[in-house]
Write a protein that binds this ligand. Structure first.
Ligand SMILES: *Cc1c(COP(=O)(O)O)cnc(C)c1O
Length: 421
């Protein structure tokens, strides 16, 4: 039975909140690095890290210190004025990512909207597509956020149903399939907008060589390649950016989540001048985008990724996590259909005939491990990049126990049918 305190907080959210979420029934009270405590004092290992927003671990001391320092000076001025933190943040971001310019926003969806506006204006002003005719190619099963324009080009019925009419100007292709990209393109195609790994779709990896072929095709056809690394970027996949796995460079890049160091929403759209300079004063903006506090934290977030070698950690410990989860899969091949991932970003694909991902996620939480299902069949493990081998071992141990328990129950259920009359 849920304890009194937890029930109270869950009840208030249920009573006064809109019903657009169905959280795992854990009431987080406080957290430190990879550990989280609920209001009853129970401890959990965070194997989810807020969908990669907490890649640095909870309340990283250097990030908290950077925030405190800036809170003694100024937090928000709007972009009506200059400040002392935005320039240094943008300089660091552009240097790391290898782009001329960056445009700061707050949420990932806003940075995606920025990319869409930029691509369309570039299509019109630079490529010469007639006004209002530019088309953007997007992958089926994409996830780029929740604004009305973005869900308009989702292929997920739950995200769309009843929210139309939707903005035109998007055409689908199949993720990983160049033939389908070619078939979807027209002379009015200005950009391809794509995730390097489809996270919300279930951590779907592209076939090897796809991004190299896509890069080449975009170049030949004067189409911008815009990669959405809101979730995959900043070390999550074992490279600073996931596009590095295929040795390519996009024309524009979208970042978010971990860019805010787990403290604040910070996102950015990056491109070289020939693309970014389609924005002129007045054409785009955000009251909070690039605010002094966010820029101070984001600059420190980038410094910490370098200083603490978080990208290398992700590669090493991610390989370890993947191997450990594959050991569990080998014990339960009927229950676990697939274990896939890159870096500290692993999806465990559950056979829906045996269990829902949600049931296992709740059993994991009861055992002290926070994870999250995506769709009905995939459990996502994406801990902070600061996680240790010891914590991975503990978390996988709990997962193994959950899997054992589930198998034992399935065998018991199956027994009557196993003895013919
Ligand atoms: C989370 C996410 C977004 C949206 O970010 P928000 O901050 O939730 O608006 C966009 N693209 C991808 C790939 C994401 O994972």
């Amino acid at each position: 039975m849920k304890q009194e305190k937890s029930r109270n907080f869950i009840g208030k959210e249920a009573r006064f909140g809109a019903r657009n979420y169905q959280p795992v029934p854990v009431v987080v009270d406080h957290a430190k690095d990879c550990l989280v405590w609920d209001v009853e004092g129970r401890q959990y290992i965070d194997m989810m890290s807020a969908y990669s927003a907490v890649s640095h671990g909870h309340l990283h001391p250097r990030l908290v210190a950077a925030a405190h320092r800036q809170l003694e000076r100024v937090a928000v001025t709007s972009r009506a004025y200059h400040g002392t933190t935005l320039g240094p943040f943008l300089e660091k971001l552009c240097t790391l990512a290898g782009f001329d310019r960056a445009l700061p926003m707050n949420t990932g969806a806003e940075a995606v909207e920025t990319a869409i506006k930029c691509a369309r204006r570039w299509g019109h002003q630079v490529k010469g597509i007639a006004d209002n005719q530019a088309q953007i190619l997007v992958a089926r099963q994409n996830f780029h956020g929740r604004t009305s324009t973005i869900i308009g080009f989702s292929s997920e019925p739950d995200y769309r149903a009843g929210f139309g009419p939707f903005a035109p100007g998007f055409t689908h292709f199949d993720f990983g399939d160049m033939e389908s990209v070619r078939a979807a393109a027209t002379a009015n195609t200005c950009a391809v907008l794509i995730e390097p790994i489809q996270g919300e779709a279930g951590i779907v990896l592209p076939p090897a060589g796809f991004f190299r072929a896509l890069r080449q095709w975009c170049g030949e056809n004067n189409v911008l390649l815009i990669i959405d690394e809101v979730q995959a970027g900043l070390g999550r996949t074992g490279k600073l950016f996931a596009f590095e796995h295929e040795g390519i460079r996009p024309d524009a890049l979208i970042l978010g989540k971990a860019l805010g160091g787990g403290l604040l929403p910070v996102s950015a759209f990056l491109a070289d001048s020939d693309v970014m300079d389609v924005f002129n004063p007045g054409s785009h903006g955000s009251t909070f985008g690039g605010n002094a506090l966010a820029a101070a934290v984001a600059l420190e977030a980038l410094n910490v990724i370098e200083d603490e070698h978080l990208v290398e950690r992700s590669a090493e410990l991610g390989a370890y996590l993947l191997a450990r989860l594959r050991e569990v899969q080998a014990l339960a091949p009927a229950l676990i259909r697939d274990v896939r991932g890159r870096g500290l970003w692993v999806g465990v694909d559950i056979n829906p005939a045996q269990a829902t991902a949600r049931e296992l996620v709740e059993a994991l939480a009861a055992g002290g491990v926070l994870s999250k299902e995506t769709h009905e069949t995939v459990i996502r493990f994406a801990p902070p990049l600061t996680i240790t081998r010891e914590l991975i071992d503990q978390a996988v141990g709990v997962f193994e126990a959950v899997v054992h328990e589930r198998q034992a129950r399935l065998q018991k259920q199956a027994q009557p049918q196993a003895c013919p009359a």
